[in-house]
Every structure is written in C-alpha cells, then in structure tokens.
Ligand binder design. Structure first.
Ligand SMILES: *Cc1c(COP(=O)(O)O)cnc(C)c1O
Length: 412
C-alpha cells in the first residue's frame, strides 16, 4: 500500500468565509452558464429592467438605479463625481478602514473632507453628526457620507437615525450610505430612513460575481441631477449619471456593452432573495451572525483571549464579524483551516497596533449572502479545530454553543 506522508482532507467543496466576494449559489452559476444574449435584442433590455427594479424593491425606494460595470470603488467614485465638485466640503463618518478608503478617493478629487472618526471599535453617534452640522452655519457641508457596515471593523452604524440628525440641525446636506457589505444581509429602508443615495455592489449579500456596482438615488436627487447641466461641473463621461438616467438608446444605460451574463446571474440571485422573502433574509442573517458571536464569546470565555472586535450587540454587523486575540498570530491557523478544512477566513484589515501584531492577530468571518447553518457551523467548527491545532488558548465547546443559540432563536 502507498504510504501517506501527510494527510490532506481538503477534497470537497471549498467555502469562502471572507467578507466578499461571497459564495455564489449554484442557481446563479447555472443561470450565467449560457451564451451571451444579443445586446441589441429585447431579452437583455428586459433583464436589465428586472435587475433595476429588483434592486430598487430590496432597497425600499421609489428612486432610480444606475448600474455600472465596476466594483465598489467604482460606485464610491461615481457618487462623489456626480454629487460634488472640486472644493465642496463633505462630512465623512468613519468607523473603520473603509470610510478612510472612500476618503482617499474624495481627497484625490479635491473635495474638502471633515472627518468624524470614531476608530475601529464603535459606531457613529448621530448626535455628533447633528452637533457638527449645527456649527456649519453657512451650510458648507454638502454631504454626510458613511458606511452602513464597515467591513474591516464589522461595526454597524445606526443609519436609520442619520437623516433625523441632519434635520435636527436644520441642514441641507445629502445623506449617502455605502451599503456594499450589508445589502442583502441587513435591514435597509432607503426612503423611510431618508437616504438620498445608497451604493452597493454585486459580490457580497447580492451573491453574484464581482463586476456590478449600483448607485441607487432618491427621486429628489434625480431631479437635481437632471438640472445640473446648468452648473459647471465636469464629470467624466463614463461615470456621468445623466445619460444613464435619461438614455436615448439602451446602450447609454451602460455607456457601452451591457454586462450580459452578470446581469443574468444577478437577476437569478434577486429571484432567490425574493423567494426567500426580505424579512426572512434579514432574520436568517441575524441568526447566523448570532451563532458566530455566541461561538466566539464561548471560545474566549474563562479567561481566554479571543474577542469580538465590536462589543455592543446593536453595533455589530450581520454580514461580517471581526475577531482578535491580542498577541497571537493567526496566520498559521488561517492557513491550516484553508488547507485542511477547505474554509477561507478573512484577514484583518486596517489594524496596525503592536498588541494586535500589526493586524496578524485579527481575522474576519464573512457571513453574508448564500449561507445556512451547516455552512456557518462548518466554518466555526474548523476554527475551533484550527485553534487547537495551533495551540491558541480557548475554551472548547464553541460549536455547541452556536448550535444552542440557533435552537433558542428558532424556538422563539
Ligand atoms: C467591499 C466593500 C467596498 C469595496 O468594494 P470593492 O468591490 O472591493 O471595490 C467598499 N465598502 C464596503 C463597505 C465594502 O464592504
């Protein structure tokens, strides 16, 4: 018999537990697996319209959807160039790495940025937004920008209260929310919450490969955009909202060839969200993320050092969880989990402190999109095994704790 030098158990389906791109459902892959439809035919027009209305419905808005062939960075930039001009001031609220990345783009576009930066472990207080806007007597701040979930810290902002803060300050700033990590995972009610512009992308909760970026704009903003031609803004033509919102020909919606098979995949994913039902989508993510938190809290209890980055439950994202263990390097553990377990965990992003070994003590678990208990329990179980393998101190029984949490939630 052949002698095995080193056992390898990784044969089987790999699972991405990074916070995007997320797992693509077989149904979406299958739908995409066909020749491209004719870009001059009715079918692609129909698919595009259905994707737009599916996104709109999920956002709960009567506004309009603009689709770019881009990732999240594309719609970050698109939003800035369409709404502001050089020298305009914005208030950028940051609770992690991603807000700052958006700020880098704004800076290159020569916007003036006021930062409301709360670090990596808490959410933005709407009261602070109100206070800043109240001081802005000349109404120089044109927009309040924030991530709903910051994917690095896994902190969630209470964006439901942000428009109220703007109104309490009697201020005219637009409210612009980056929903890239949380769309399709976390409750979002664009019109009822007074969000002016919401951006997202296909590859996270929307369960489709990267490549589609969305700007969802309220009716008010659309009216302003249609008037802006009289202003002296310079918007590079590909990113310009105006022709995309008022196309004379179908191709103007995409400023060229439409992303045919991505749209077909996205439509299938939207059908799946629709079949499940919006409320169930939110509840499922809530329970799955609760299982992750219960497991980590158990593993870290009894004096062990494993910790959730975000301490307050209501400030935790239902799409991604950031975990750390001060002084322990997770690199080998992540590698072992990937090689033997077929599960890829996310790396720490933006953490630089020495006690977190420059970020090596941090990892992230993505729990967004196409996910059920067996998938998340597989991730948690491999995590627990990886900790044991690599002698990272923890209290055993995390997976059982996660299961018990699930049962408790289902029985409610
Ligand atoms: C993923 C993500 C982005 C960036 O998206 P890319 O597709 O990588 O450009 C921006 N904001 C948030 C909140 C994200 O989660």
């Amino acid at each position: 018999m052949e002698k095995i030098q080193k056992i390898n158990l990784s044969f089987g389906k790999d699972h991405l537990a990074i916070p995007g791109p997320s797992n693509i459902p077989q149904r979406v892959l299958q739908a995409m697996n066909q020749p491209s439809p004719n870009i001059y035919g009715e079918e692609i027009i129909d698919t595009t319209q259905k994707v737009m209305s599916g996104i709109k419905d999920f956002a709960n808005t009567s506004g309009s959807v603009i689709i770019y062939i881009s990732n999240g960075h594309g719609v970050w930039e698109a939003t800035l160039v369409n709404l502001f001009k050089e020298g305009d001031k914005i208030l950028l609220c940051c609770n992690g790495h991603f807000g700052h990345k958006w700020g880098k783009i704004a800076k290159k576009l020569k916007l003036k940025i006021e930062y409301l930066d709360v670090g990596f472990s808490e959410a933005i207080d709407p009261g602070k937004i109100e206070a800043i806007l109240k001081k802005d007597r000349k109404q120089e701040i044109k927009g309040v920008l924030t991530t709903y979930t910051d994917t690095s810290s896994s902190g969630k902002n209470n964006v439901k209260e942000f428009k109220n803060a703007i109104n309490l300050a009697n201020h005219g700033a637009l409210l612009i929310i980056d929903c890239i990590a949380s769309f399709g995972c976390e409750r979002i009610e664009m019109d009822p919450w007074g969000i002016d512009v919401l951006i997202t992308a296909s590859q996270k909760g929307l369960m489709t490969p990267p490549g589609l970026g969305y700007c969802i704009i309220s009716e008010n903003v659309k009216e302003n955009i249609n008037n802006y031609k009289s202003s002296n803004k310079i918007i590079s033509p590909y990113w310009d909202w105006h022709p995309r919102l008022n196309p004379e020909r179908f191709y103007e919606i995409f400023s060229g060839t439409p992303p045919t098979n991505l749209l077909i995949g996205q439509l299938e994913a939207l059908k799946m969200l629709n079949e499940e039902g919006r409320e169930n989508v939110f509840l499922r993510h809530k329970i799955l993320s609760g299982m992750v938190w219960t497991c980590i809290e158990h593993l870290g209890s009894d004096g062990n050092a494993l910790e959730l980055n975000i301490k307050k439950i209501k400030e935790r994202s239902n799409a991604v969880t950031t975990v750390f263990s001060k002084g322990f390097d997770f690199t080998k553990t992540r590698e072992w989990i990937s090689e033997q377990g077929g599960v890829d965990l996310g790396i720490g992003l933006g953490f630089t402190s020495l006690e977190l070994l420059g970020g090596k003590s941090v990892f992230r678990i993505g729990h967004m999109g196409h996910l059920n208990p067996h998938m998340i329990l597989g991730v948690l179980s491999l995590l627990e095994a990886g900790l044991t393998m690599n002698k990272i101190p923890h209290r055993s029984g995390g997976v059982t704790a996660a299961n018990n949490f699930m049962l408790k939630m289902i029985k409610q």
